[in-house]
Design a protein around this ligand. Structure first.
Ligand SMILES: NC(=O)c1ccc[n+]([C@@H]2O[C@H](COP(=O)([O-])OP(=O)(O)OC[C@H]3O[C@@H](n4cnc5c(N)ncnc54)[C@H](OP(=O)(O)O)[C@@H]3O)[C@@H](O)[C@H]2O)c1
Length: 270
């Protein structure tokens, strides 16, 4: 399907990265596009400030958007951030915070938006390949994305009778500031230090930030819009570089093998 036009679209996390490109692309095509994020440009009256982990604020913002525009045709639940470090040592509050923002934020948003989504409406969640392919020291982030994937897929059944679709995009390897913006916990604890450092060096270097062939945020946004806009909305769809088209089915079929490979690549000899 062509890129939609003339729709009212809400995107969470459209102040940077993939969300910002989604917003630009959809605005260029004549849609009314609203952004919800923590740090929107104050002079932009199509942006609303909300932290996804603040349930009451999320409800309030969707109410404002709903009464201002009357409906939400397409909802992109894209806001999210990364967290790294060994689960044993990450403070409890950080674990709660990432679950609240990445997973529950999407749940609160879905519930708050549904009264305004008409038949034919669509909800598109930004998941991650990390919700399917495990990774060390990104465990809590990965768990929030795994929860989001299951939520999106189960919701597709709940929303079908309402004539609304639910799709989740399994994103990986997109050039944004996501990795450098993550909340990072390193440690001197000898039980963890070497492996955590090896993993961070890999991800912050050739395996992540400096990896070759990553998708630009614009390319990722185009792919997301085209996939999500298909006549029959996909349940889940991969938005990633070619390597992931091999790794993804392998992770579903042979998880133990994939865990061995990932540990080897990410943790080196640690
Ligand atoms: N880049 C990748 O390779 C990749 C891979 C897999 C999945 N993803 C997913 O793609 C989505 C977008 O990430 P990105 O790569 O575009 O990174 P990004 O440039 O850091 O964008 C993240 C967006 O989410 C918003 N956000 C973060 N925490 C929030 C919170 N608690 N409440 C409200 N808004 C919040 C940020 O805005 P404010 O700071 O203004 O709040 C920003 O607009 C995320 O869900 C991420 O998990 C990215």
């Amino acid at each position: 399907m062509a890129i939609p036009s003339g729709k009212t679209i809400v995107i969470t996390g459209a102040s940077s990265g993939i969300g910002k490109e989604l917003r630009k692309l959809l605005t260029e095509h004549g849609n009314t596009v609203v952004n919800i994020s923590r740090h929107p440009d104050k002079s932009d009256d199509m942006s609303y400030a909300a932290d996804m982990s603040d349930r009451e604020r999320v409800k309030e913002v969707f109410k404002k958007i709903g009464s201002r525009f009357g409906k939400i045709d397409i909802l992109f639940l894209n806001a999210g951030y990364g967290l790294s470090g060994p689960v044993e040592l990450i403070p409890d509050t950080e674990i709660e915070k990432i679950n609240d923002a990445n997973f529950l934020g999407a749940v609160w948003s879905t519930r708050a938006a549904l009264p305004y989504i008409p038949r034919g409406g669509r909800i598109i969640y930004t998941g991650s390949v990390s919700g399917i392919i495990p990774m060390p020291y990104r465990t809590m982030y990965n768990a929030t994305k795994a929860a989001l994937i299951e939520f999106a897929m189960s919701m597709s059944m709940e929303l079908k009778p309402l004539g609304i679709s639910s799709s989740v995009m399994l994103v990986a390897a997109v050039e944004t500031d996501f990795a450098s913006r993550r909340t990072k916990f390193t440690t001197k604890d000898p039980r963890y230090a070497e492996a955590v450092n090896a993993c961070d060096e890999f991800i912050d270097g050739k395996g992540g930030k400096n990896a070759t062939g990553k998708l630009t945020a614009r390319k990722a946004a185009e792919k997301i819009v085209r996939r999500a806009g298909k006549r029959r909305a996909p349940l889940r769809s991969l938005i990633a570089t070619p390597l992931y088209y091999l790794a993804y089915p392998l992770a579903l079929l042979c998880p133990s093998l994939v865990i061995r490979i990932v540990a080897n690549v990410f943790m080196g000899k640690a």
